[in-house]
Design a protein around this ligand. Structure first.
Ligand code: 13P
Length: 336
């Protein structure tokens, strides 16, 4: 078995016209989404959902990597094949989201921090042995009255950098995800300002922790109006401001930026990605790493029904294809 360098793995993850499927929701999260659709969850529903996603025929035409939740790493098909191997057998790189979630940040009312650094060195060693080649850590910065605080920005930036350093130590490519959340009534200008601040502090922390940028990917939010802002920016403005903030803050040594969808509709997430790639040339590739904007349609087609696996997989394949086209600026609404 050849051992790939961090840079080689990062490069494979950002193969042109491909993106990443974020399937790192825990089982309780899937249960909540199915319950909202009036579907009860059974003993194997989580495993079956992960299996549907990971075994979608020919998904590797549009998807380079899949991010799993640690729960899924321990699951296997009825004939004993691990879900990590299901991903690898479909020519897709397996990744992990090892954070244990967001918890309140002590001393910072209303702000949160990504938890789970304890024991991470040992967990990464186990994941590397299983063939997991990349990892992702999300922090969430909220915009509201008097927040974010400089303390929350810095604490989250440091946590991301510690995660990234541990990941690289294990030979696993880190994707750092300093997310500015969509929730709130703030303007797009305020989102720009906070995103610029957070990205600057994150890259400063990565530098201080000796993280090799060529073997790292950035998972970024787009610069958008808060979900409850009365004035919603149009697609071109979102694309322009997102590229502007990234050019100000992201070193060219980072080869790829992968976006989260952050609660945008499926079509908005695709349209924004397309507008950025159609109109600008940048030192880094920009592609998708969506969870909701890739899983919403297949989940609605499947609804836990064993007879509807093919329909669920077709819906996933379609969204992945649309976003892959958007990653090179060749998507348009009539392709939908
Ligand atoms: P969304 O695309 O739903 O924002 O999720 C991104 C993500 O990072 C999930 O782990």
């Amino acid at each position: 078995m050849t051992t790939l360098t961090l840079e080689e793995i990062a490069q494979q993850l950002i193969t042109p016209e491909k993106g990443i499927l974020a399937a790192d929701q825990p089982s309780w999260h899937l249960a909540e989404r199915l319950e909202a659709l009036n579907q009860p969850i059974q003993e194997n529903t989580y495993r079956d959902w992960c299996h549907l996603l990971f075994s979608t025929p020919d998904l590797s035409a549009h998807v380079s990597g899949i991010i799993m939740h640690p729960e899924a790493v321990d699951l296997a098909t009825d004939d004993g094949k691990s879900l990590v191997d299901v991903i690898r057998d479909h020519d897709i790189i397996a990744g992990i989201s090892p954070s244990t979630g967001l918890v309140p940040l002590a001393g910072a009312d209303g702000e949160v921090i990504g938890a789970g650094l304890d024991g991470l060195r040992e967990r990464f060693a186990t994941y590397a042995k299983l063939g997991i080649r990349f990892s992702k850590w999300r922090t969430a910065i909220r915009i509201g009255e008097n927040i974010p605080s400089a303390y929350a920005i810095d604490a989250n930036a440091y946590t991301l950098a510690q995660f990234a350093a541990l990941s690289q130590e294990a030979g696993i490519v880190p994707i750092v995800e300093p997310e500015v959340e969509l929730l709130g009534n703030h303007t797009i200008e305020r989102c720009f300002e906070v995103t610029e601040w957070l990205l600057n502090r994150t890259f400063d922390a990565l530098y201080q922790h000796g993280v090799q940028l060529e073997g790292t990917l950035l998972k970024a939010n787009m610069v958008v109006s808060g979900a409850d802002c009365p004035t919603q920016a149009d697609v071109e403005t979102v694309a322009d401001l997102t590229v502007k903030v990234l050019r100000r803050t992201v070193p060219p040594a980072i080869r790829g930026i992968v976006f989260l969808s952050g609660g945008q509709t499926d079509l908005k997430a695709t349209a924004h990605l397309n507008a950025m790639n159609a109109n600008t040339t940048n030192p880094w590739a920009m592609t998708f790493s969506y969870a909701r904007a890739l899983q919403r349609a297949p989940l609605a087609a499947w609804l836990g029904n064993a007879q509807a696996v093919t329909q669920g997989q077709a819906a996933l394949k379609h969204r992945a294809n649309m976003n892959a086209l958007a990653s090179v600026g060749r998507w348009s609404t009539d392709l939908e």
